[in-house]
Ligand binder design. Structure first.
Ligand code: NAD
Length: 409
């Protein structure tokens, strides 16, 4: 990605607490960039409309100008948006991802010392989730019970597709789960490239292929095939390990594995999703980069964030690594219960901005913000949602906390 010294970055302020956190985040980012680059680099923020603010001002939930700005500027950031009810759009977030074909939902999960967590050893969690963003049941292909469309589909399934022996009660609704080779490959490729770039030890394919043989099972099969075809010198797969074990015995397989790992290859393995969720609580250190389908990724992202106490501070991004388009976002919602109280935690959006700086190659500015946050959390400072659970917690308002971050840069 080639980023000019003064890039225009479109931002969606966001609904609800969005307006209370967006400007603080920009101020902190501007201060960090200025400290590191001494005025040579500077972000030109450009507000674009979406959500309630857009609807109230221009009568559209997602105006064309907003899409045009994200399309032409490549990198952007957004606050949380209210999901419109009964407006023909299922979700603005899904619409944005589909429009720009942002096929990776990237969620890094780490623990900040001082933040309270249900784990005994949260410091062992260093996981980056690559969630497929465009397929699976999120494609939105489903039919409601009792509609003529569903009747046609059921008739077709029963009469033409040989599922006649399964009796569906009249109240049945039905959804479709598309998973393709192309969709799987581009996601797994991005996960492997990320592991290689950051010198991480493994990529784990998380799936339910034991039950859904062709969709989730396909994901596992195509993921392994991609690693073996495109990264033969940089990866070693559990699939090959099992082949050697079957043909030449366990000892030989372990020997080849040890040699591969010693020579710096990334280990590509797989695990069934339910076992994965259990293992992450018991042995989180076994996982580094995760590649998974859309719905699994949704559950996994929230569980892992909660494990490090960071559901309110978990950052995220939606990325298309081919075109370079990326939207960084707060992962929480609009928090209607605390709007206007200066209580919102800005850290999810702030850490997403840190991811954005890294993506732009302005890593040093991102690092400055991260270490300021580390210092504050370690000393018990946070907005009340975090600080009330900390030892010696010192709850601050959004404005006070943001000021403290700037002081600590
Ligand atoms: P929510 O995340 O808005 O709130 C859940 C709880 O977490 C609330 O108690 C809230 O006060 C708290 N919370 C959330 N963010 C916080 C923050 N930054 N600081 C402190 N506390 C915080 O979820 P919800 O109530 O289910 O959804 C409200 C609206 O947000 C809905 O319209 C929903 O569709 C939308 N939503 C948007 C996104 C997004 O744009 N990415 C994500 C989730 C929900």
């Amino acid at each position: 990605l080639i980023v000019p010294d003064h890039p225009v970055i479109p931002f969606i302020e966001g609904d609800g607490i969005g307006k209370e956190i967006s400007l603080h985040v920009q101020r902190i980012v501007d201060n960090a960039v200025d400290k590191v680059f001494q005025g040579k680099r500077k972000i030109e923020w450009k507000e674009v409309l979406a959500g309630e603010k857009a609807f109230n001002k221009v009568g559209s939930w997602l105006p064309d100008e907003t899409m045009d700005a994200f399309r032409s500027c490549l990198v952007g950031i957004k606050g949380p948006l209210t999901t419109p009810v009964g407006e023909g759009i299922r979700s603005l977030n899904v619409a944005l991802r589909q429009e720009l074909d942002l096929y990776v939902c990237l969620r890094p999960v780490r623990w900040f010392k001082g933040v309270s967590t249900p784990l005994l050893h949260p410091e062992k969690v260093h996981v980056t989730i690559f969630r497929e963003n465009t397929e699976d049941i999120y494609a939105g292909i489903e039919w409601a019970a009792g509609t003529p469309e569903l009747e046609k589909v059921l008739k077709f399934l029963q009469e033409e597709m040989g599922v006649g022996k399964i009796r569906f009660p009249e109240t049945t609704s039905l959804g479709v789960k598309p998973v393709s080779v192309e969709g799987t490959e581009r996601l797994v490729r991005a996960a492997i490239e990320y592991a290689l770039k950051h010198r991480l030890p493994s990529v784990t394919l998380v799936h339910k292929g034991n039950i859904m043989k062709f969709t989730e099972g396909g994901f596992k099969k195509w993921g392994y095939a991609l690693a073996e075809r495109e990264f033969p010198d940089q990866t070693f797969t559990e699939h090959i390990f099992n082949k050697i074990k079957a043909e030449q015995g366990l000892e030989k397989a372990v020997e080849v594995y040890n040699h591969a790992i010693e020579s710096g290859k990334v280990f590509i393995k797989d695990v069934i999703a339910d076992a994965f969720l259990q293992n992450t609580l018991l042995k989180p250190e076994e996982y580094s980069v995760i590649a998974t389908l859309n719905l699994n990724g949704d559950y996994i992202s929230d569980q892992l964030a909660a494990m490090v106490g960071g559901i309110g501070i978990a950052p995220g991004a939606n990325i298309n690594y081919h075109t370079g388009h990326a939207i960084f976002e707060a992962t929480h919602g609009t928090a209607p219960d605390i709007v206007g109280k200066d209580k919102a935690n800005p850290c999810s959006m702030l850490l997403s901005a840190v991811m954005m700086l890294e993506y732009m190659g302005w890593q040093e500015a991102g690092d400055l913000i991260t270490s300021a946050l580390e210092t504050l959390f370690e000393n018990g400072y946070g907005t009340s949602d975090l600080a009330r659970f900390m030892e010696n917690g010192k709850p601050l308002s959004t404005s006070e906390f943001s000021r403290k971050v700037i002081e600590n840069l």
